[in-house]
Design a protein around this ligand. Structure first.
Ligand SMILES: [Zn+2]
Length: 307
C-alpha cells in the first residue's frame, strides 16, 4: 500500500461502510416502526382474550340481582344440600360419602330425639342477625320458649353483643363453623380450624356460653366431620323438619309444613335472617303449644332419655 493510494482506499471503505449501514439502519427503523405500531394491537388482542372489560361487564349484567352475592351463592349450595338432606336428613349420599368410608357404618348426626314428652327444638342457622335475632329473642321469651342458634363465626365477629344477649335470654348458642365452608370438601385439619375459630369467637363474645352442639354448613357431613366433632366434644345436629325459609317461602307455607311434619323430638330448621321465619315461629309456637308441645334447646332435648 502507498501513501497516494490511501485517500482512495479510505473513500472506498467509507462508501462500502455507508452502503452497508444505510439499509441496515433503515430496516431497523422499519422494524421498530412496525413493532411499535403492532404492539398495541397485539396487547389489545391478548388483553381482549383474558381480561376484556366487555367480558367482565357481561357477568354482572347476567348475574342474579342480589344485595349479597355471598348469600346467593351460599343459598344455592344450601338448596343442593337441603335436597340431599331432606326428608331423609342423615341418609348417606354420593355427595357426602367417600367411597372408602361409608357413612352408614359410622356414627351419624342426630336429626330428632323423641322423648315421649312432646318436646321440640327450634333451631336457627347463620346468625346472629342484627335485626331478626333480637326480635326473635323477644318473641321466644314472650312465649316462654327456648331455641338453639347455630352461629357463624363471621356473624359473631360482626355482632358479638347479640351472643351475650342470646345466652342471657336462656337460648343455646351452637357452632355452625367460622366461614360457612362445605366441610366435606375440607381436610380434617381445616374442619377443626373452622370449628375452633367459631368456638373461640363465641366464647370471646360470651365467656359463659356452653357450646356443645354443632351443625355443619349445608348439613353436609361425612365420617371426617363426625370424627373431628367427636374429638372436640361436639354432638352433630341436623334436622327432621326443614322449612326451606331461604327459598323465600311464605309464612303460611312454612307454618303449614311445620304443623304437618313436627312430632315429639323434632328438630326444626330455620334461619334467623328472614321476616317470614320470625312470623312462622310465632304461629308455630302458638299452634303447637295448644297441642301440648314445649320448646327447648337442642341440649335440653338430648338431656332427656330417649323414648
Ligand atoms: Zn348455614
Amino acid at each position: 500500500m502507498t501513501r497516494q493510494g490511501f485517500p482512495l482506499d479510505f473513500a472506498v471503505i467509507v462508501s462500502l461502510v455507508l452502503a452497508l449501514l444505510v439499509p441496515t439502519q433503515s430496516f431497523s427503523k422499519d422494524l421498530a416502526q412496525t413493532e411499535s405500531a403492532r404492539s398495541p394491537h397485539v396487547l389489545q388482542r391478548l388483553f381482549s382474550r383474558s381480561h376484556t372489560p366487555s367480558s367482565q361487564a357481561r357477568k354482572p349484567a347476567n348475574a342474579p340481582v342480589s344485595l349479597d352475592p355471598f348469600v346467593v351463592s351460599r343459598q344455592r349450595q344450601e338448596m343442593m344440600a337441603s335436597q340431599r338432606a331432606r326428608p331423609k336428613a342423615a341418609r348417606p349420599t354420593k355427595a357426602v360419602a367417600s367411597p372408602k368410608e361409608s357413612v352408614s357404618t359410622g356414627p351419624r348426626p342426630l336429626t330428632h330425639w323423641p322423648t315421649g314428652q312432646k318436646l321440640i327444638a327450634l333451631t336457627y342457622d347463620d346468625g346472629p342477625h342484627p335485626v331478626i335475632t333480637p326480635r326473635l329473642i323477644e318473641l321466644l321469651r314472650a312465649k316462654g320458649a327456648r331455641a338453639t342458634f347455630f352461629l357463624l363465626g363471621d356473624a359473631v365477629k360482626a355482632h358479638p353483643k347479640l351472643v351475650e344477649t342470646l345466652v342471657a335470654a336462656g337460648m343455646e348458642v351452637a357452632n355452625h363453623s367460622d366461614t360457612h365452608r362445605q366441610f366435606t370438601k375440607l381436610t380434617e385439619a381445616q374442619i377443626r380450624a373452622e370449628l375452633d375459630a367459631c368456638h373461640r369467637r363465641i366464647l370471646g363474645a360470651a365467656p359463659n356460653a356452653q357450646v356443645r352442639v354443632m351443625r355443619p354448613p349445608y348439613g353436609s357431613w361425612n365420617q371426617a366431620v363426625m370424627r373431628v366433632a367427636h374429638e372436640m366434644g361436639y354432638k352433630v345436629i341436623l334436622w327432621d323438619v326443614d322449612t326451606n325459609d331461604w327459598r323465600k317461602r311464605t309464612t303460611a307455607q312454612m307454618t303449614q309444613q311445620i304443623l304437618s311434619q313436627a312430632r315429639d323430638g323434632s328438630i326444626i330448621l330455620m334461619h334467623d335472617r328472614y321476616q317470614a321465619s320470625l312470623k312462622t315461629t310465632a304461629q308455630v309456637i302458638d299452634a303447637l303449644s295448644a297441642q301440648g308441645y314445649r320448646f327447648v334447646t337442642v341440649s335440653e332435648l338430648l338431656a332427656q332419655p330417649p323414648h
